[in-house]
Design a binder for this molecule. Structure first.
Ligand SMILES: C[S@@+](CC[C@H](N)C(=O)[O-])C[C@H]1O[C@@H](n2cnc3c(N)ncnc32)[C@H](O)[C@@H]1O
Length: 311
């Protein structure tokens, strides 16, 4: 580890790891995010999430810009800006967005709504429900200070704090026909994912579909140009235990692990879009078990959009 002390990814991992064990870690992390990033929401970031909205719409046979009929969706992993729920809502869908942490606030929700409104007015994104867009602009124009829920609920979005493994106390999720996630599954341990997929199968309608966007790359690579997206597959159990932490947890699951979990829980992949890197990206890396025995085709997948139906 000594040689890697100055590596930026390791500094990030060590700082986040220290924060993760502090009392009130989630709140501290939230405060630091606010300080470092300010209240701003970048257009590029918004558009990258809007791309997920379009992928989820495609899952329902909607090319975007067309009203959704009878779509009740559940999103797991609301995060900090409810862009995907807003995207489905301004196409006419209703959405219950679930997170076990409370990251939303009125300011962030307003920022996402404002950018959505601006980008639609500029013709850069399409929406499918003029009524919902009018309501969204009305809410933005109102000077009444509102909570995140007060801004979202009139648009058909219900934010809930819950662990998605147990939705028995959230009847509003029962009978939903679309279950989605965005950049979330890779942050959840395999056994928890098994519980979530099982619960989604239980509460989903007979024709329920799941649409998941998963980022399988080493997220530390985004903080350090000296490592690539497969670097975390070179860390043995002890080093990985030190590098991984509850605030930025990564499960390191490979695409075949997701296929297995879906199959075990009664889901069948009906369509997929995979982004695979070139085999030379693995050259020179000393992969640790079990990755050293996995076929490169499986290892090289860094992004996946999986669409599933009941098996
Ligand atoms: C990376 S963030 C979500 C990012 C957001 N979807 C986006 O695209 O910006 C993952 C979220 O999943 C939530 N999460 C993790 N496990 C969960 C569970 N079992 N039930 C509900 N939410 C969970 C975390 O609290 C976290 O806010």
């Amino acid at each position: 580890m000594a040689g890697s002390v100055l590596n930026r990814w390791w500094v990030k991992a060590a700082a986040q790891g220290a924060l993760a064990v502090a009392p009130g870690a989630a709140m501290l992390d939230d405060g630091i995010r606010r300080r470092l990033r300010g209240p701003a929401l970048e257009v590029d970031y918004f558009l990258s999430k809007w791309h997920h909205v379009e992928q989820h719409l495609h899952a329902l046979g909607n090319p975007g810009g067309i009203p959704l009929r009878r779509t009740r969706a559940v999103e797991i992993g609301t995060g900090w800006f409810p862009i995907v729920p807003l995207g489905l809502a301004v196409h006419g869908g209703s959405v219950v967005t679930i997170d076990k942490g409370k990251h939303l606030d009125a300011q962030r929700v307003r920022l996402a709504m404002q950018l959505l409104s601006d980008l639609e007015a500029a013709g850069r994104i399409r929406t499918g429900s003029p009524e919902r867009m009018a309501r969204l602009r009305e809410l933005l124009g109102s000077s009444r200070s509102s909570t995140a829920a007060e801004l979202l609920e009139p648009l058909g979005i219900i934010p809930r704090i819950a662990d998605a493994r147990d939705l028995s106390h959230l009847p509003e999720t029962h009978g939903t026909n679309l279950l989605v996630s965005n950049n979330t599954l890779e942050h959840i341990p395999a056994d928890v994912l098994r519980g979530i997929f099982t619960e989604f199968r239980r509460v989903g309608s007979e024709d329920a579909r799941m649409s998941h966007y998963i980022d399988l790359a080493d997220h530390y690579a985004g903080h350090d140009p000296r490592i690539n997206e497969f670097h975390f597959l070179t860390l043995g159990p002890t080093r990985w235990r030190l590098a991984n932490n509850s605030l930025g947890y990564q499960n390191r699951l490979r695409i075949d692990d997701y296929y297995r979990l879906l199959e075990e829980t009664g889901w069948r992949v009906t369509r997929e879009t995979l982004t695979r890197r070139k085999p030379n990206e693995l050259e020179g890396l000393r992969l640790v078990p079990p990755y050293d025995a996995a076929p490169p085709r499986e290892l090289l997948v860094v992004k996946a959009h999986l669409l599933t139906g009941r098996a």
